[in-house]
Ligand binder design. Structure first.
Ligand code: GDP
Ligand code: MG
Length: 687
């Protein structure tokens, strides 16, 4: 691989190192590597570690055996300066993963031996800032003969570490935001682990440590501190000490000492285990690359660097990334559902699927994002939930509308079919049939929308359910109106049929009281129809109390009378009227008062008889020409017909002009009848 991990130089044995797990995190041009995420994912297997990883950095003068120590302690393959060549190591920061079971990231900070003093100090300060911001344990590497001689560069390095620490953790109140326990805290402590090399003097470690502590206290005292109460050294640092024998003079003792140190860095169960949770920077592993890069960017450009801000920026960056990643599978799963909704389909079990998709997306987000700054996490989660809900709702509401439209269509179709099947049966009741269809349709709708308004969803689809109910109500109203019209038409037909005989008989008889009989029959039919309509309305579910039954009755009355009036008009055609007049004159002329046929003799006054018979028949015409409505109880009753119904118009059966015409025609026919009677008398008696 041509990765930055490839070595630029030979190792101490003169051959190319085979390990490609090292990464030059920050190069000599102070550029931050773009491969940290790839290394954490693929080479170090640390990306998914959450909070369960540690970071160690090493400080110390050039060529004091730092890289040698790291390689011993952690199994890393950092460059070690050749003893023969003593050449300058590359400036920069190298990173590698410890070969231990635990995820430990090691940072090897290389410096220069001051070609230009200002330049070196600048990098030293930047690398110290960076190492303290990202590392929880800082190994301070020094020779025994430096202890107590803290001046110059050595003193400066420790001073830099402490100053930098105050900048990172001491400024801005050092409180960190509120929020949950997982949130990054600005109060992380740092362990300064002093490793004293080439410990060859008889002075015990304790006395060396005492000297170093005194130096530290002096340096701390001398620092310019933020205004207010001077912070305590112990609030920021734990300090530990170890020493190693001379590597060249006591190689075996050196290796034994290194093994013991190595154990303290690896044995999680040990009382002296180095990594303690209070040192952790509380940056999730998957956020470490962005965090480290952000810190370095601020450091490299000499921007103000404080960890709470860095961690909040990191949280925003990572939470956005994680939310975007969580949206992808969600949108992929939603797409076919959206298409289905657009195609008007009504899917099954959509509620469960929607809920699962939403929960999965939030679960994906939570799994990674909850480790970040609590306030940022909560805000971004709410935004993600809102985005999910908006996209879900658009699809679900389309689906609900499809289900409602399907319910409306099914209701109309099924009602028509069910009414068609049931209306011929004796026990047919419109309301029961329509109610049954509606219950089935509403149950299907309820199944289709079941679970769509799942717990926690900010919608209920109550408005859609109300709209559907209103639409079904309206359809029911139309069906009921049609049902009532159908009942009324049938009653009108029945009435017309029942009246046909009475009308024919009474109008044929032409008696003076004929209208009384005809209209008495109509009154009776109308009353019977009132009772039948009331029963039909009840079966149709029309409320008895309201104005609807009365209006229906009035409409029915008009239909009943229209039917009978039509019947009467049919019976009042020219031919029928003439026929009745002719029959009347013949009856009166040909039969005597006892109903016996007359036999004319020359003595009879045929002329007078005929004149009487003809006048009696002609008197019938005005009686046939107009319904005597006064003979009915109901026709003129208040509110029997709908407003605007013109009953008077229906009472005229033969208009005046036609009456005159018919009278003329009748006179001619009567004359013919008279002539015939005269001839018969002459024929019988004349010879
Ligand atoms: P670094 O520049 O601090 O990383 O130092 P290196 O690890 O590259 O070592 C520099 C030189 O010191 C190499 O030649 C090592 O062999 C040698 N060295 C490493 N450890 C020790 C030690 O404990 N004592 C002595 N005297 N030399 C050492
Ligand atoms: Mg080195």
């Amino acid at each position: 691989m041509a990765a930055a991990g490839m070595m630029r130089r030979s190792d101490s044995n003169g051959k190319e190192a085979s390990s490609a797990t090292r990464l030059q995190l920050i190069d000599e041009e102070q550029q931050f590597s773009d491969q940290l995420t790839g290394f954490m994912q693929n080479k170090w297997g640390m990306y998914e570690a959450g909070f369960d990883y540690d970071v160690v950095a090493v400080f110390g003068s050039q060529s004091t055996g730092k890289s040698t120590l790291l390689n011993r302690l952690f199994g890393t393959r950092f460059d070690v300066m050749s003893e023969a060549q003593r050449q300058q190591t590359t400036r920069g920061i190298w990173a590698d993963r410890a070969t231990s079971e635990n995820s430990v990231l090691i940072l090897d900070v290389e410096g220069t031996d001051g070609r230009e003093r200002g330049e070196q100090q600048d990098f030293e300060r930047k690398s110290a800032l960076f190492s303290l911001a990202v590392g929880e344990v800082v190994i301070v590497n020094l020779w025994e003969n430096m202890v107590g001689l803290y001046n110059g560069a050595n003193l400066g390095l420790l001073k830099t570490v402490m100053e930098v620490n105050l900048q990172l953790f001491g400024g801005g109140g050092g409180g960190g935001g509120g929020g949950e326990g997982q949130q990054a805290s600005a109060k992380s402590k740092t362990l300064l682990f002093f490793v004293i090399r080439d410990h060859v003097s008889p002075a015990p470690l304790e006395s060396l440590a005492r000297t170093l502590r005194a130096d530290l206290a002096r340096i701390w005292e001398g620092l310019g501190k933020p205004a207010g109460a001077p912070p305590a050294f112990d609030a920021y640092f734990d300090v530990r000490f170890a020493s190693l024998p001379h590597k060249l003079l006591q190689p075996e003792a050196f290796e034994a000492g290194a093994r013991e140190l190595r154990r303290a860095f690896r044995d999680r169960g040990a009382a002296d285990y180095v990594f303690r949770s209070e040192y952790r920077r509380r940056v999730p592993a998957d956020g470490f690359p962005a965090y480290a890069q952000g810190v370095w960017a601020a450091v490299a450009h000499n921007k103000d660097l404080d960890l709470p801000t860095q961690q909040e920026l990191l949280a925003q960056f990572r939470c956005d990334e994680i939310a975007a990643a969580a949206l992808e599978p969600f949108r992929a799963a939603l797409a076919p559902l959206r298409q289905g909704a657009q195609d008007g389909l009504v899917a099954d079990g959509l509620g469960g699927a929607a809920q699962a998709m939403r929960a999965a997306a939030l679960g994906d987000f939570d799994a990674q994002a909850r480790r970040y700054h609590g306030g940022v996490y909560a805000k971004r989660r709410a935004a993600l939930a809102a985005a999910l809900d908006a996209e879900l709702h658009a699809v679900l509401v389309a689906h609900v509308r499809n289900a409602a439209a399907a319910a409306c269509a099914a209701f109309g179709r099924d009602c028509a079919r069910a009414i068609g099947e049931a209306s011929a049966r004796a026990d047919y009741a419109f309301a029961a049939v329509v109610g049954g269809v509606r219950a089935a349709v509403e149950a299907a709708y309820a199944r289709a929308v079941d679970g769509l308004a799942f717990a926690g969803a900010p919608w209920s689809f109550g408005a859609e359910a109300r709209q559907l109910a209103a639409a079904l109500d309206a359809q029911t109203g139309e069906l009921r109106a049609r049902e009532v019209a159908r009942v009324v038409a049938r009653l009108a037909d029945d009435t017309r049929a029942a009246m046909a005989d009475v009308v024919a008989e009474r109008l044929g008889g032409g008696a003076a009281d004929m209208w009384r009989h005809v209209l008495a029959a109509f009154d009776g039919e109308a009353e019977a129809c009132d009772a039948r309509l009331a029963r039909a309305l009840e079966a149709a579910g029309v409320e008895a109390g309201g104005g609807e039954p009365a209006a229906a009755a009035r409409r029915m009355h008009a239909a009943l009378w229209d039917g009978v009036a039509g019947l009467l008009r049919d019976e009042s055609a020219d031919a029928a009227v003439l026929q009745r007049l002719r029959a009347a004159v013949e009856d009166a002329f040909r039969y005597d008062a006892h109903g016996l046929p007359r036999v004319w003799t020359p003595a009879d006054d045929i002329d007078a008889h005929f004149a009487a018979a003809r006048d009696a028949a002609r008197a019938l015409l005005p009686r046939l020409a107009r319904v005597d409505a006064g003979a009915s109880r109901v026709l003129h009753a208040e509110g029997f017909f709908p407003a605007g119904y013109d009953v008077a118009r229906t009472l005229v059966l033969v208009a005046a002009g036609r009456q005159r015409d018919l009278a003329k025609r009748f006179a001619r026919e009567a004359d013919a009848l008279f002539m015939e009677a005269k001839r018969s008398v002459v024929a019988t008696h004349g010879r």
